[in-house]
Design a protein. Structure first.
Length: 280
């Protein structure tokens, strides 16, 4: 990746972060921590890796994306809006009853959303079905899903691991947002998983472990996954919950809390000082 492209994507990721904060602040409801931790991942997917067409959201040969950790949907909505799937005005209606942007993704309301998610683990399972469908059809489309490390507590995730290998879904890529915190505490305290890379490799997956805030590493890992044949790919992205806002980073309380006016203004100043093109 050239430096110019890297800088462009980094700038978009900062913009994504500000939109996330704006949505949650205006709604006074939402999940900033896990949304901010996936901002860089979502940016690379939606502005570099995914084969999609905002003018034709239902294009059959588009790549599919499923946000299995559905509570982080502000990050998804931000990318969809910036890619042109819907007008910016909808950003300011987040979590309202009549909004197309609900508190968890709804495929019947939001253009560009391929699967309704919310109940943890179910999104990843649906993504496997999408990948298998593409294989059976002989389609070149790929399927991506982002799961949280807390979501690995769900047994269905491990069924996903097994079935993906059985059906040789080399068109399937699971990205683990490993930010180390979940609703009730540190993931290693709630339900420890030791040697995650080794465990997933043991199921027969191609596994890469990266810095989930490095635009270059995310892009390279996704490109590597496309080249791997015969087995599914897993990218373990080591991230920071609340990344980009100093008062939120690695703070459990920001899993599902909206910022006050003072906190929001401070967070926006931090992002803007980083050189982001901000919304107004």
């Amino acid at each position: 990746m050239e430096e110019k492209e890297k800088e462009k994507l980094s700038d978009i990721a900062k913009h994504v972060r500000e939109i996330i904060l704006t949505m949650i602040y205006e709604a006074q409801s939402g999940h900033p921590g896990g949304s901010l931790s996936v901002a860089d991942i979502m940016t690379v997917l939606y502005f570099k890796q995914l084969q999609i067409d905002p003018k034709n959201p239902k294009w059959n040969e588009r790549d599919r994306f499923v946000l299995s950790k559905g509570h982080a949907c502000p990050a998804w909505y931000s990318c969809l809006q910036l890619r042109g799937f819907f007008d910016e005005k909808h950003i300011h209606t987040f979590r309202r009853m009549d909004s197309i942007l609900q508190g968890h993704p709804d495929m019947n309301k939001t253009p560009g959303v391929d699967m309704t998610t919310g109940s943890l683990g179910m999104g990843a399972a649906a993504a496997v079905g999408m990948a298998l469908e593409a294989k059976l059809e002989g389609s070149p489309r790929r399927v991506y899903t982002v799961v949280g490390d807390g979501e690995l507590n769900e047994g269905v995730i491990w069924e996903v691991m097994q079935s993906s290998v059985k059906f040789k879904l080399d068109n399937f890529c699971m990205i683990v947002d490993r930010n180390g915190l979940q609703l009730d505490g540190p993931t290693n305290a709630v339900m420890p998983i030791h040697d995650l890379t080794q465990i997933i490799e043991g199921f027969g997956w191609y596994v890469q472990e990266i810095d989930g805030h490095s635009i270059q590493e995310i892009d390279k890992a996704c490109s590597n996954a496309k080249q791997k044949k015969g087995i599914p790919s897993c990218i373990i992205a080591n991230t920071v919950k609340g990344k980009g806002v100093s008062c939120m980073e690695n703070q459990l309380k920001w899993h599902g809390r909206a910022p006050s006016t003072e906190e929001y203004n401070q967070a926006v100043r931090e992002i803007r000082n980083g050189g982001c093109r901000c919304i107004h």
